[in-house]
Design a protein around this ligand. Structure first.
Ligand SMILES: [Zn+2]
Ligand SMILES: [Zn+2]
Length: 314
């Protein structure tokens, strides 16, 4: 069924019942306390109360435990499929090109995987047929299914475990949807991520009157989050419904902005299983990345995680 094949993220936890351990007024199931130090777990919070405009208020999703993940026979890197391929899709400005380069650098650190950035595919009007585009509220949009099925899947590199298009174009997954930040397949190794809306500043952003450098940082962080989220789906990870987590679905930019850049302990188990990596190495790399690009709050979180390992087991 198509619903199980694709996961849309207009940019979106099942609590495992059983014996629990309470630490610092936060309760965690034994399945987590036996694997992670308390200090690390305490850096993660349960999902906030669902608001009427949130993804989970509009989409009925049950989450995915680590055991359920294993039962789904997840799509994982192999000895031969050991790279992420990034295809820039559309005409890029200098800002966009830099964003693609930074995103590629981030992906290699986050997933601890070699990454290859391809030559941008431009002149999309010649590539994408009229019936796979539309004008919606005066905005040209590209159909995600066409990108996934006709641009990416036929050209999937044999040594790729993930092939993702990154585009400045706006996207839609179906006529009934207003837009979508990205879309991924759970088992076909392809995804598309758009930063079109991440460059827009509305609502709270306007009230805060962001400086030019703050806008740049915000656009970058949003793009890093959407793109890593979509690649999480490529690893057959479904939306997280338990913790505040990178793998939460999001219905709008405000909700997406409220989601963290990191995965929760349940999703991290899936990530480490699939990539055969560990948290310490990832967070050491992320700390260097965030310092380099001046993401202060994110670097601070990485330091807290690394400190938590020193206190407890790894
Ligand atoms: Zn998603
Ligand atoms: Zn999660």
């Amino acid at each position: 069924m198509i619903i199980f094949r694709f996961l849309k993220c207009s940019l979106v936890f099942v609590f495992v019942l059983g014996s629990c351990v309470n630490t610092k007024n936060k309760t965690y199931p034994e399945s987590l306390t036996t694997k992670f130090p308390y200090q690390y777990l305490s850096l993660h919070t349960r999902m906030d109360e669902i608001k009427s405009t949130d993804w989970l208020a509009r989409h009925s999703e049950q989450g995915q435990t680590f055991e359920e993940y294993l039962q789904e026979n997840p799509t994982l890197p192999t000895h031969k499929r050991n790279k992420i391929y990034l295809l820039p899709l559309g005409n890029l400005t200098q800002f966009d090109s830099q964003l693609v380069q930074i995103t590629a650098e981030y992906l290699s650190v986050f997933f601890q995987s070699e990454i290859k950035t391809q030559i941008p595919l431009q002149n999309l009007k010649d590539t994408i047929p009229k019936n796979a585009q539309r004008i919606h509220h005066h905005q040209n949009q590209l159909h995600t299914k066409f990108i996934l099925s006709h641009i990416l899947e036929p050209h999937l590199p044999t040594d790729s475990w993930a092939y993702i298009a990154l585009t400045p174009e706006d996207l839609y997954p179906a006529l009934s949807w207003g837009f979508v930040f990205g879309e991924a397949t759970l088992h076909n190794r392809v995804a598309v991520s758009s930063f079109h809306r991440h460059k827009k500043y509305v609502g709270n952003d306007v009230k805060n009157e962001l400086s030019a450098s703050e806008k740049t940082q915000k656009t970058r962080l949003r793009t890093l989050k959407t793109t890593t989220h979509e690649i999480g789906h490529i690893l057959s990870m479904r939306h997280c419904t338990e913790f505040n987590c990178l793998m939460n679905g999001s219905n709008n930019q405000k909700e997406a902005d409220s989601r963290p850049f990191f995965m929760c302990p349940v999703c991290v188990q899936k990530l480490n299983y699939g990539l055969k990596t560990n948290l310490k190495t990832r967070y050491e790399g992320l700390l260097i990345f965030f310092k380099k690009y001046h993401f202060k709050a994110e670097a601070k979180f990485c330091k807290k995680v690394l400190k938590s390992f020193k206190k407890g087991q790894t």
